[in-house]
Design a protein around this ligand. Structure first.
Ligand code: FMN
Length: 362
């Protein structure tokens, strides 16, 4: 269910806020074209002693859109949105909230943390809050803290993006939430907008394609790069901000980095069980534990279980064992029968297991 302010958009799209690149020119052009335009409040930066730029931008946007609406009553402009980075590191947040409250900003987009006090300020001036999230857990937290709608930032989105498939993300959120839901991640055509709606989203949330727009504040070379690059040129990396994000390989190269080295390596969280000194020696290459060697038709699970009992392989078990017994092996290493006397370990099925923390394994 969409709130009235988002109901009559000519195109079901919100132009997403982009650091440095979106300013009043882009927002005004987007709103006049019938989609919600937005910019990060932090883009409005004045030098010391200069008038507050955020104040000036909001005045300019409101006045130009009012003029447009008076001249085009049949095609009124869409509302605009301001993005607040609500992370504690944003020292300007309080000042920016006050300015946006004074200007009665109609749509507030919050990112990097959900804060009830920010939502209250937005609601107090009649605005709605859309919070961007990358998974279902954050989605639930955002709604609990008072956001009105969600922006699902799925795999493939420009800037800080989540790793999840849009299908999975929208499906999980729609299982419990029937409020405004936006979807982002490589949406660039009418077909993709329709697909987002077919999946269950209300609106598409689009950023990267607008980088190349005349009104965007990107440099001409960067606009050309966005036009020239394809999906294979996108590098997912946490190197630059500490949070996983998508970047264009040529822009990484231009900044003096090697894109290949910046790619995010998703490490599997191997189970780390302490290894007794005796088991640290690597076995001969190709050697297999007795149980694993018995039959090549063994299931993967039983093979792993058997291998875990040889000790050195215990820290290579998959992270989510299914049975309680399998779980027990996470913390247990098979050791020599002399071990329990000194360490008070567990004897099970004729074998002795060393437990890092004493507990009953099964
Ligand atoms: C260059 C760039 C800068 C961005 N800066 C911000 C930002 O300051 N705040 C924010 O909430 N999202 C930011 N984003 C993310 C977008 O708001 C949005 O999630 C994303 O662009 C959607 O995916 P798409 O680019 O594939 O359309 C940025 C994205 C890009 C490409």
């Amino acid at each position: 269910m969409l709130p009235p302010i988002l109901k009559n958009l000519r195109i079901p799209v919100i132009g997403s806020p982009m650091f440095i690149l979106s300013g009043p020119e882009l927002v005004i052009a987007q709103c006049k074209a019938g989609i919600v335009g937005s910019f990060p409040a932090l883009n409005a930066r004045e030098k010391d002693g200069e008038p507050v730029l955020l104040d000036l931008w909001l005045t300019r946007i409101s006045e130009e859109l009012d003029r447009h609406n008076q001249a085009n009553p049949d095609h009124p402009a869409a509302p605009f949105a301001v993005n607040q980075i609500v992370h504690r590191s944003n020292a300007r947040l309080e000042r920016d909230l006050e300015i946006c409250h004074r200007h009665k900003v109609p749509i507030w987009i919050t990112s990097l943390g959900a804060r009830p006090e920010v939502n209250e300020v937005a609601h107090d001036c009649g605005g709605i809050v859309l919070h961007d999230i990358i998974n279902n857990t954050f989605a639930k937290k955002a709604i609990e803290k008072g956001a009105d709608g969600l922006i699902a930032v799925a795999a493939g989105a420009g800037g800080h993006a989540g790793p999840q498939s849009p299908f999975a993300l929208v499906q999980e959120i729609r299982a419990w939430f029937d409020g405004p839901l936006l979807l982002s991640g490589s949406i660039a055509t009418g077909r993709a907008v329709l697909a987002a709606q077919a999946m269950g989203a209300d609106l598409a949330y689009i950023g990267s394609p607008f980088i190349a727009a005349t009104e965007s504040r990107a440099q001409p070379e960067y606009k050309q790069m966005v036009v020239d690059c394809g999906a294979e040129d996108i590098v997912t990396s946490s190197t630059f901000t500490g949070i996983s994000g998508n970047y264009l390989a040529p822009s990484i190269r231009n900044a003096g980095w090697i894109p290949r080295r910046c790619r995010l390596r998703i490490r599997r969280r191997w189970i780390s069980a302490p290894r007794p000194a005796a088991s640290r020696k690597r076995p001969r290459r190709g050697a297999r534990s007795g149980a694993a060697a018995k039959g090549s038709a063994r299931s993967m699970r039983s093979s792993l279980r058997a291998r875990s009992s040889t000790g050195w392989q215990a820290n290579m078990l998959p992270p989510r064992p299914l049975s309680p017994r399998f779980k027990a092996r996470r913390c247990c290493l098979r050791v020599s029968p002399a071990w329990p006397a000194r360490h008070g370990n567990v004897v099970a099925r004729g074998a002795v297991y060393a437990c890092p923390a004493p507990r009953k394994p099964w």
